[in-house]
Design a protein around this ligand. Structure first.
Ligand code: HEM
Length: 512
């Protein structure tokens, strides 16, 4: 079987025919204890699975049990089926296309559909929402969000924000020309400023010097962080919140409420300003996503809920992708030099603007981002809740099972990637692109590294994230040589895959 992958043509394995499938109960996996199944494994102290170390758990499951692993007996949670085979991942993604159900965030579902039912009723959004409600909402918004042409409209304002961020970076350098310990929080400010500009046509002021801890922008960032920090506790441990609203759950809901109220102020402001706007002579970049949706649907609640979803998931993800790419390039000076040469060709000066033409002509930068997301996917695994019975790896798998695609493990496995620990952007260059590596071209399985997901449920903000990253990283690596002098970073799950140590990058301004 052959399929057209983004990087070329990939040869799939031929599925065996006439083989009788084995029973679901025979799928290997950690033994369930009587009554408490496998849930104890996530319990504090006695459990061997630490929520913040799920990456290690996934590696050990594969090592111990093989390409398909069942973790059953999770109290209050369907079985988790870890699938480490690219062809099986493809099979599930392809057959769930009609109504893909990502088994995530029942607690967010509870928040939207019970605690804040009056607000979200009829317009639940896409995050934590499934089935016909998700489908109806997504259909209304995706035609505006998904086409690359929409993201391109915002290149100029995003370039201005990236320029402001570089200015801010310079003011933060210490006497060794290193960025401060909390540099990741600074990147968050760039990401929030960018997503708010695109969604609401608003500059929040996140990049102002000395942003007070109690400022609205800082509180929005804090609420997003608190939400993500607690989501793993709430979702992956025993779902005690269903019977008792514990501390993690209260913090999680508190963060969501803070986030919703703070953002609504800006969303409403943006909608009020629409009344006085003459859309006949306005620049495309000054029409926000919320305005586009409102013009298309005439439904202010839908536009507001979409903005909330975009702001909620569009900050943490893009920030970590930016941080990880800067880190990889700082650890691989010869790749950084190659990138610099590409950028020097298309950006004549250290402060040149990134426009659409520039963005279209930086294949090596794009390959660096892809390679970073292969090695360090921001979301370490995706999943689908099976909507019908199927056969995977020769076993019968019933409807309702939560199939997990552990991309971090699969895209760093030698079965699929030669020398997976090597940062080699060349693997992603197409034949004919300068620097392309003939040994790797067209050989990467198209379903092992899917940092933005796949199909009808894939990331709605992908084009915005890519545009933001292209612009920021092009500007940084055109202007500076970036070093990191503190050994290798380690990562933890929050549930995004985030570096643990301070990102004290050293910046040396290029001479030309
Ligand atoms: C590098 C940055 C980002 C990464 C790696 C990322 C990754 C992902 C992934 C893996 C999914 C799940 C897809 C699936 O189930 O197939 C997703 C969904 C989503 N993302 Fe992103 N994302 C990023 C940035 C953004 C940004 C900037 C926004 C908003 C402006 C955004 C909005 C969304 C939304 C709304 C969904 C839910 C789509 C749905 O369920 O229908 N993402 N993202």
């Amino acid at each position: 079987m052959r399929d057209l992958a983004e990087g070329g043509v990939y040869e799939y394995k031929i599925e065996p025919v006439g083989v009788i499938p084995k029973e679901y109960s025979d799928i290997p996996g950690p033994k369930e204890l009587p009554f408490i199944g496998n849930a104890w494994r996530f319990a504090p102290i006695i459990g061997q699975y630490k929520i913040h170390e799920l990456d290690k758990v996934m590696w050990s499951l594969k090592k111990e049990y093989g390409k398909i692993v069942k973790v059953g007996g999770l109290i209050g949670h369907p079985d988790l089926l870890f699938v480490f085979d690219g062809d099986d991942i493809k099979k599930v993604f392809k057959r769930e296309e009609g109504m893909p159900h990502r088994p995530s965030m029942p607690s967010l579902h509870y928040y939207k559909q019970h605690l804040q039912k009056d607000f979200f009723s009829g317009n639940e959004g896409v995050i934590g929402v499934h089935g016909p409600k998700w489908d109806a909402f997504r259909k209304q918004v995706q035609q505006i969000l998904l086409p690359p042409a929409t993201a391109k409209k915002y290149i100029e304002p995003l370039d201005i924000i990236a320029t402001d961020f570089l200015t801010r970076m310079e003011t933060m350098l210490d006497d060794k020309n290193e960025l401060p310990e909390q540099f990741l929080s600074e990147i968050y400010k760039w990401a929030l400023e960018s997503v708010a500009r695109v969604s609401l046509n608003t500059r929040l002021g996140c990049l102002e010097p000395n942003l007070p801890e109690n400022s609205e922008s800082q509180r929005i960032i804090n609420s997003i962080n608190t939400f993500f920090w607690n989501v793993a506790e709430v979702e992956l441990k025993f779902p005690v919140w269903r019977v008792y609203k514990n501390r993690a759950f209260k913090k999680y809901i508190g963060a969501l409420e803070d986030f919703r109220t703070l953002c609504l102020k800006y969303i409403n402001q943006s909608m009020d300003q629409m009344k006085d706007k003459n859309y006949d002579n306005i620049k495309e970049e000054d029409i926000s996503i919320v305005e586009r949706i409102l013009i298309k649907t005439g439904n202010p609640k839908l536009a507001a809920v979409l903005a909330l979803d975009l702001l909620l998931v569009g900050v943490d993800t893009t920030s970590i992708a930016a941080a990880s790419t800067i880190y990889q390039l700082s650890r691989n000076p010869e790749k950084q030099e190659k990138l610099f040469r590409e950028l020097q060709n298309i950006l004549p000066k250290r402060n040149s603007k990134v426009d659409n033409n520039v963005q279209e002509n930086m294949p090596y930068l794009k390959a660096c981002i892809k390679e970073t997301l292969r090695m360090y996917p921001v979301i370490i695994g995706n999943g689908r809740s099976l909507q019908s019975d199927t056969i995977l790896a020769g076993y019968k798998v019933p409807k309702g099972t939560h199939v997990i695609f552990p991309h971090l493990v699969v895209s760093n496995s030698e079965e699929y990637i030669e020398e997976p620990n090597k940062f080699m952007p060349e693997r992603w260059l197409k034949s004919g692109q300068s620097g392309g590596c003939p040994a790797h071209q067209n050989k990467i399985h198209p379903f092992i590294s899917l940092p933005f997901g796949y199909g009808r449920r894939s990331c709605l903000g992908r084009r915005f994230a890519e545009t933001e990253l292209n612009i920021l990283l092009a500007k940084i690596f055109r202007k500076y040589e970036v070093g990191y002098h503190y050994g290798s970073l380690t990562y933890k799950i929050t549930p995004t895959f985030v570096p643990e140590q301070p990102l004290k990058f050293r910046l040396t301004e290029r001479s030309c």
